[in-house]
Design a binder for this molecule. Structure first.
Ligand SMILES: [Zn+2]
Ligand SMILES: [Zn+2]
Length: 256
């Protein structure tokens, strides 16, 4: 499985883009940085689905433009998978004809295969040869991580999360799990910010990783706040010297 890191920042600034990952050039996870990173033709020709972890702005900000592109240039069916709560939020806050038109409704009227489909916690969905399991995590709005299994290996994505158990339990059940992308937004001393915004700090993730049965799983650190990256890196390297840590950067490509 190949993962391209289109964006992995906990903020947006020059050179720092919000969350989007691309699996095998086919499946997107989150829509913080898609149309600004991939050519329109490439998107229209190759990508058939987007999995949304939650409705926070940094994870959906390019969705209106992605849908517009697909309405104009899309040749293949495209499905956005989201939780029921995220779908409600998208309709009430974005696709309400006030912030942006309801492009799903327009697509339906035009007979275009552009769908918004609800997923359910722990109910595995099939996308091509992939099996994707949404796992509810613990954030300020309804949020799901994902386990993506291509039959040979699995990769986990926590989404934005705070202390959680079921995600790590699901990871331990996946015998072919190779890597997990985790949200680490803050260094240890910013525990109050982590508590209020329900993200991981370095202290919290250090404890959370002890819930994993295997230390062989590669831990990919994402969602760091740009000004805090150096602090987060040095604290985690010190706290978890026995773990296989990779600090993600925009533009990286990882193969498993
Ligand atoms: Zn969030
Ligand atoms: Zn976020």
């Amino acid at each position: 499985m190949q993962i391209k890191i289109l964006g992995c920042s906990g903020a947006k600034s020059v050179g720092k883009s919000p969350t989007s990952f691309l699996i095998d050039n086919k499946i997107l996870i989150d829509c913080g940085s898609v149309v600004s990173k991939l050519k329109s033709d490439f998107i229209a020709d190759n990508i058939g689905c987007l999995l949304l972890t939650h409705s926070h702005f940094d994870h959906i900000m390019e969705l209106p433009f992605l849908l517009e592109l697909l309405l104009q240039d899309g040749k293949n069916p495209f499905t956005v998978f989201a939780s029921g709560d995220s779908i409600d939020s998208l309709y009430s806050n974005i696709f309400n004809f006030e912030s942006w038109p309801d492009l799903f409704q327009i697509a339906e009227k035009e007979g275009k295969e552009l769908h918004l489909t609800e997923y359910t916690n722990l109910e595995t969905i099939s996308v091509d040869e992939y099996r994707v399991t949404p796992v509810k995590v613990n954030h300020t709005v309804t949020t799901h991580g994902f386990l993506v299994d291509d039959g040979k290996c699995s990769i986990g994505f926590t989404g934005d999360t705070y202390i959680t158990d079921s995600f790590w339990e699901q990871c331990n059940n996946k015998k072919n799990l190779k890597a997990v992308i985790v949200d680490v937004s803050f260094p240890g001393h910013m525990h109050e910010e982590a508590d209020i915004t329900k993200h991981m700090s370095t202290d919290l993730i250090s404890r959370e990783l002890n819930k994993l049965d295997s230390k062989q799983i590669e831990i990919l650190i994402s969602h760091m706040k740009p000004k805090l990256i150096d602090e987060i890196k040095s604290e985690l390297k010190k706290a978890k010297p026995d773990f296989n840590l990779t600090f993600l950067e925009d533009g990286m490509t990882l193969n498993f």
